[in-house]
Design a protein around this ligand. Sequence first.
Ligand code: 6R9
Length: 648
Amino acid sequence: MSEEKVYAVPADIAAKTHVNAEQYAAMYQRSIDDPEGFWAEQAENFVTWSKPWDKVMDYSFDADNLYIKWFDGGKLNVAENCLDRHLETRGDQVAIIWEGDNPEEDRKITYRELHEEVSKLANVFKSRGVKKGDRVCIYLPMIPEAAVAMLACTRIGAVHSIVFGGFSPDSLRDRVLDSECKLVITSDESVRGGRHIPLKKNADTALTECPNVDTLVVVRRTGGNVEWTEGRDLWYDEAMAAASADCPAEPMDAEDPLFILYTSGSTGKPKGVLHTTGGYLVYAAMTHKYTFDYQDGEVYWCTADVGWVTGHTYIVYGPLANGATSVMFEGIPNYPDMSRFWEVVDKHNVSIFYTAPTAIRSLMRAGEEPVKKTSRKSLRVLGSVGEPINPEAWEWYHNVVGDGRCPIVDTWWQTETGGHLITPLPGATPLKPGSASRPFFGVLPALVDPAEGTPIEGQGEGALVLTRPWPAMMRTVYGDHQRFIDTYFKQYPGNYFTGDGARRDADGYYWITGRIDDVLNVSGHRLGTAEIESALVLHPHVAEAAVVGYPHDLKGQGIYAYVTPMAGVEANDALKKELVALVRGEIGPIATVDIIQWSPGLPKTRSGKIMRRILRKIAANEIDSLGDTSTLADPTVVNDLIDNRANR
Ligand code: 6R9
């Protein structure tokens, strides 16, 4: 091993793991040499099919003739796989442990209860005219009804599109319109850190401009006041009380759409990433079992929100397909105090804990005491997702949270990939703090020189691409297949381009260096610079804006905006405040601009393209390495930007 710090697989983990080092090597080799044979076996193991597939995989990564199909011709139903097939063996086992924002509120739901609730809601959806293939928008907080709504959609073959509860009415409207949803489900309010957020009110605002939506189902979460639109609005509890619990599951084709999830790209509005049914479920279940080394009967907790892909695959679909007990947490890490995560671990006997580096960094700041006063003896495996984890945070997570006993799986993947692509396996992979390590089964990563487009062999750094499909990869951008091709398959012909850069070391370990396109990663949330810029220029006093990321201790990346005011406008702090509020209002509180620098001019090439490379350097305070500025139309603007950069 080339890097100094390497942690061996702990003996107790190796003793009872699903996959040890030798098994990983053999299985990985087989998955590459004989993908059809390998994936046929996995699909048999993890999923129950009502009709076998005709062909395991069929694809072309050629941009002129792009298609991706897995298990084509096979039939299955996701809700049936996550619920019905468990009833005989584990009907009374807890499927979801819900932990409320308030530590005194929790709820345990068995597989049998979940099955009944899902069937009823599926019938409610049907009674409102939702049919196979129709889109349903889920705008809910972290309450069990979110999982119920997802599974109710899959039961009848409707396609869900979850919109994170922190998104603004405008963001909700854009997503509902883009995917042409006919039904939306929300709650009166959501609760986070003791504060109430008016979700129903947001939905009401959004729906004034969504003529396609004829039903708004409303879950009573707080009992807070809501306005009511007769004929359109429906209380969840009242509708459920009248619904039958008998709803046969619709047999779906493996390649039928399962869900749409919007995510930010380098240009334009967020795109609707579309996932299909068979391949996604096989991969979700398989990665959940192997990446976390999930053992039957264990309590597993992923702290993500179901509004993100991590919540889809690793709170709901993967764990429930495997018959696991999955914790769903409504709250935040620092409420009522900094021990909350570890109190919940002790309360519910959590064995596997999966969170984001940004949470670890903020808890680290509060010191060891809030952690050390809890037991955490039940913990066996820790996970990280969302952004690169810096070695300092990794060591703290390992030593303080895990008492040095628990392997950390640093899982690299994306909304587009559906599941983990590069990750350690607890019983198989020696760990290097900060490295996502090695590819999962069937995954063939490669590095490409971004300038030359030539492959990089052995050690080196470059653009990270995938040279073959895996079952859970996205199939298209909803309503815009050309955008799918242009975004992912044009840069490096024959490959899927991830947007990330990575380094491969002498041991073949991957170290993700971060986005190399115009996507920011703020506290593990993806934001496109173009989205933020479009929001800023809505203000009548703004002529132009350019947004970049800069290194931020807690958030990973902060948002730095260079703003050119209109001539004659007084650029003052009051205007800055308005702009920050404007962007939050347009996108949501995750898009909080950290720094605004007034910029009389922006560095542009002679063809008018903003040179973000320079803006990134200035924002990061790396003014000694600006690189070549000779191609700028007016090189003097750079000096002004440097002189007036924010001091931090
Ligand atoms: C699952 C998820 C995807 C982007 C991805 C990359 C970054 C995620 C990471 C990581 C380094 C990890 N990312 N996991 N970077 N190490 N373990 O986060 O999906 O919201 O689509 O973001 O997040 O930059 O390209 P998504």
